[in-house]
Design a protein. Structure first.
Length: 387
């Protein structure tokens, strides 16, 4: 595809030829060639790279918009985005991904979506910052005949497809793992459990909470429970500080954290409060730092979700949608998002503890043993059988 600048350059050559003859053409053509071949900025150089302004018909490419919610959770930049882009490139070499990260700001995500629609995307793939607020974004896309794939979080509005995990089941897995750990020490009601949930604007957080409570209610004594705006680890640390002050560190038996980021905040608070031994702490997402904390005995468990498969399914869905075709890959079920029943692919998740790190995230090549066991974690890895 020739850029606007290169077309102007070639037009200038034509004028030169008419005035001075052919002798200057070689020099001028060389300059045009250099200008046209200048490298484009890398998509990975910024979490919010500006959307290209070229029209789809200029190069025959299908433009796919990918909107992710934030970067405090490591998975989005480290896994979701690269796996999505890689798979789309494999099945559609001419497809172009326009990527933006909203930095946990719903209004920013709205503006990013509008920019992508202006730039001619054929599909919007959105992991909504605020599922309810995203309804207008989804409706706006549909009004322009652009289909919408709700990725990870089920956005409200007339979405066409959804891919995520069975999130209530994820909450149950977390609750079951914590309850099992507490029972190993005796009566699970012998102390208090602190509950640190996810963001109140995230429908997945509500599902995790529902699943967790279905297991823990009546089985443990919940001393303090918090909802954590924006899934912020810093806020989770403050919440845990409040719980320690209210309950006393000697009375805290276990900590339910909805993901690995909030777990990091809770663990930091307990370390700061001088806990001699950390109680069992749950998590989710199998972040590298969380796996290392598990190996080191600081975090009890995480939930390993096959993010690579989720991103691959999303890329395949988006490509089918861009062509106006139905998705015919994984089995779908219907989930109601408050607007309609949305065909959804719900993937399975798995508990990871120190006992099965090697048989889960290492076996699946999500991380390598050297990545996990770098530096001070080497000795703990040998003890756990990872090395």
């Amino acid at each position: 595809m020739k850029t606007i600048a290169s077309r102007k350059c070639l037009a200038g050559l034509v004028r030169l030829m008419s005035l001075t003859g052919l002798a200057l053409v070689t020099l001028g053509a060389s300059a045009c060639s250099k200008e046209e071949s200048a490298p484009a900025p890398s998509a990975s150089s910024s979490s919010a790279a500006p959307a290209p302004s070229a029209k789809t018909e200029d190069n025959g490419a299908l433009k796919i918009g990918l909107l992710l919610p934030e970067n405090k959770t490591a998975r989005y930049e480290a896994a979701d985005r690269p796996y999505f882009e890689q798979r789309l490139k494999e099945i559609c070499p001419k497809c172009e991904v326009l990527y933006q990260n909203a930095d946990q700001k719903a209004d920013k995500q709205q503006a990013q979506a509008e920019s992508m629609l202006t730039n001619g995307v054929k599909v919007l793939v959105i992991d909504a910052v605020d599922a309810k607020a995203a309804a207008s974004l989804v409706a706006n896309a549909k009004a322009k005949n652009v289909p919408v794939l709700a990725y990870e979080r089920l956005a409200q509005g007339p979405a066409d497809y959804h891919v995520s995990f069975d999130n209530e089941r994820v909450g149950k897995l977390q609750g079951e793992a914590l309850l099992d750990a507490l029972k190993k020490g005796g009566d699970p009601k012998r102390g208090k459990v602190v509950v640190i949930n996810g963001s109140p604007t995230d429908p997945n957080a509500a599902s995790f909470k529902k699943g967790m409570h279905s297991v823990l209610d009546g089985q443990v004594d919940i001393g303090k429970e918090f909802d954590t705006p924006d899934w912020s680890p810093d806020v989770a640390q403050k919440e845990m500080d409040q719980a320690i002050t209210a309950l006393g560190k000697k009375n805290i038996l276990g900590v339910y954290c909805a993901n690995d980021g909030t777990a990091s905040g809770a663990i930091a608070a307990m370390k700061g409060a001088g806990f001699a031994t950390l109680p069992p702490v749950t998590g989710q997402d199998a972040e590298l730092a969380a796996i290392q904390r598990i190996i080191a005995g600081q975090q009890y468990m995480t939930v390993y979700k096959a993010i690579k498969k989720e991103a691959i399914v999303a890329a395949e869905m988006a490509y089918a949608m861009a062509q106006g075709k139905p998705y015919e890959g994984e089995k779908t079920t219907s989930l109601n998002n408050g607007t309609k029943d949305v065909p959804s692919v719900l993937l399975a998740a798995e508990v990871v503890t120190k006992d099965n790190v090697k048989d889960t995230v290492v076996k699946d090549k999500f991380y390598t043993a050297p990545q996990i066991c770098a530096g001070t974690f080497a000795a703990a890895c040998k003890t756990a059988g990872v090395l």
